[in-house]
Design a protein around this ligand. Structure first.
Ligand code: ADP
Ligand code: MG
Length: 268
């Protein structure tokens, strides 16, 4: 396989979540993280999941990633049942979880172990391509500890993108970053989504962030975790988080959150 083939776009995936429930047992008793949740995400769609802490957003993402199994219901990724993790569905977390003993390129190349057909040189070329895409080409050989928080998340993004997954699952990836760094990343993730044609599911507790990024915003409530309402966002892209139109849309969604009594801990 040549690097050019490797970087070809693949068809983005369609995801189906059907009547999924998940209960966890803890010392303080049983928690119903998800109660009969159904969701369809179209090919190439950018969907944001929003809701207060504990409403099951991460649980749903982990189920789609194949890191957890549902108690009931089923999940399909492009027609195939989700039975475990796969390189077609890569995850990016709030904590970057990079390997400090590998440099920037080494971290991105690490996820290419999921692509056994590539030679060492091809892995290097693929890593270089994604580092350029996330704006880190000048830091290809930096150590992880030399990077800022935003740069570490860019490495994590390049690492998640490198196996060319059809689905990118992002769990509050920018939550720990300062506002200015986040704003730059909003622009960049929209550009990358358009360039690489991914299906993206993005978890956040920030309504504005969801409206800035999503084609659709899915609102969750907790105890038990359920989908309450969905909003289509039809603002033109690229979107600016500080625009008046965007603020008006987020106000509408925050109002819906309040009406479901789940506005606590959700940032407007
Ligand atoms: P969110 O990401 O929306 O904050 P989570 O999906 O992490 O919510 O959690 C939903 C609920 O399930 C919470 O009450 C949480 O404490 C519980 N939960 C999640 N994972 C586990 C686990 N591995 N063991 C026990 N309880 C869990
Ligand atoms: Mg979470």
């Amino acid at each position: 396989m040549s690097v050019t083939d490797e970087l070809q776009n693949i068809a983005p995936a369609k995801l189906i979540v059907e009547g999924v429930s998940k209960t966890f047992s803890s010392r303080s008793g049983k928690v119903q993280a998800l109660d009969n949740v159904s969701l369809e995400v179209g090919e190439g769609e950018f969907v944001c999941l929003v809701g207060p802490s504990g409403c099951g957003k991460s649980t749903l993402l982990n189920l789609i990633a194949g890191l957890e199994k549902p108690d009931s219901g089923r999940l399909l990724a492009n027609g195939n049942p989700v039975n475990g993790p796969g390189r077609d569905r890569m995850v990016m977390f709030q904590e970057h979880a990079l390997f400090p003993w590998l440099d920037v390129t080494g971290n991105v190349m690490f996820s290419l172990r999921l692509k056994p057909g590539l030679t060492e040189k091809e892995r290097q070329d693929v890593a270089a391509y994604y580092l350029k895409l996330v704006g880190l080409e000048r830091f290809a050989h930096s150590n992880i500890h030399e990077l800022s928080g935003g740069m570490k998340q860019r490495v994590a993004l390049a690492r998640a993108l490198a196996p060319n997954p059809r689905v990118l699952l992002m769990d509050e990836p920018f939550a720990a970053l300062d506002a200015m760094t986040r704003e730059q990343l909003y622009t960049d993730i929209q550009r990358i989504w358009a360039a690489r044609k991914k299906t993206i599911i993005f978890v956040t507790h920030n309504v504005r962030e969801a409206v800035c990024l999503g084609d659709r915003v899915v609102l969750f409530s907790r105890n038990p975790g359920r989908i309450r309402e969905q909003f289509k966002v039809e603002l033109p892209r690229p979107r600016d988080i500080n625009s008046v139109e965007l603020a008006a849309h987020s106000t509408e969604i925050t109002r819906a959150l309040k009406s479901h009594h789940v506005a606590q801990e959700v940032a407007e």
